[in-house]
Ligand binder design. Sequence first.
Ligand SMILES: Cc1cc2nc3c(=O)[nH]c(=O)nc-3n(C[C@H](O)[C@H](O)[C@H](O)COP(=O)(O)O)c2cc1C
Length: 316
Amino acid sequence: MPHKVSLSVNLKGLTLKNPLISASGTFGFAEDFQRINTFKNEDIGAITLKSISLKPRMGNPPPRIVETPSGMLNSIGLENPGVALFKEKHVVKLKKYDTVFFGNIVGSTIDEYAKVAREFNDIDAVSALEVNISCPNVKEGGIAFGTDPKQSYKVISGVRKNTDKLIIAKLTPNVTDIVKIAEACIDAGADMVSLINTVNAMAIDINTRRPVLFNNKGGLSGPSIKPIAIYLVNCVYNYIKENKLDIPIIGMGGILTYEDALEFMIAGASAVSIGTGSFYDPFIYKRLSKKMTEYLRSKNIYDINEIVGSVEMNKH
Ligand SMILES: Cc1cc2nc3c(=O)[nH]c(=O)nc-3n(C[C@H](O)[C@H](O)[C@H](O)COP(=O)(O)O)c2cc1C
């Protein structure tokens, strides 16, 4: 008889049946995936909804996606219906799924983040709010909030004052020192951090000599960014461990296989998100949860949490 193993993880009191979460912006509001029945609720630990802003956003005109070797470049531009329409049309549908939901919020000003967060207070189906701090700050010349520790602090503390839900600060890799940003978000009251968002990137058409994306630049995701993400997760994990903080990390960037997911967890992530990987394989959650169980059995490990942060550095 194979021994029983547990894939369940606990994120600050929130129990997920397994550590596999859908990444924001790649799973919509779950409706399309549910309609074509590509996942069953027992296969997925949590669903992160696409980013929501105060007012509706049209997003960028096309082309807004380019395929790259081992990944993709996107400049969707945070298209979403705005929080009011989201509440009116989509929230009611979340209730029929037996899984945990994370909201994801964006804003162009600190005040807008706070207002959107407040709008989520009466949405019981959403257990945590992921705060996408990779957005341009319109009052500071368009520089992304998440590239500056002070701006990151202000966004998260504004959200903290307006919600009792768990806060997940979603970090951008497009910085010199991600630990400084993580530190600012944690000081401001974030309960968890998630990383990484997409990597700034560009593609040029050699015939027209123009960028392929209408928006000129975009964000790179998929397997090509995985080693960057693993490194950054480990950097943030080391900071959290050294300072004896109780801050779970949600790792993401290029996960396609169960080995990828385990690599993130060994680097320090308590759970992982999958974005581009669900475009390659809409059945990825089922495939990975099954394979992770087999891996644990083969290693005689009873609980997935045992591997979190278990990487041992080479000593010289
Ligand atoms: C098409 C697309 C849309 C995305 N939209 C969002 C979004 O609305 N909000 C957000 O926080 N991240 C967004 N992301 C970033 C992903 O959530 C994730 O951080 C990133 O893609 C890395 O994971 P992956 O390599 O598994 O895709 C988007 C990514 C893609 C590919």
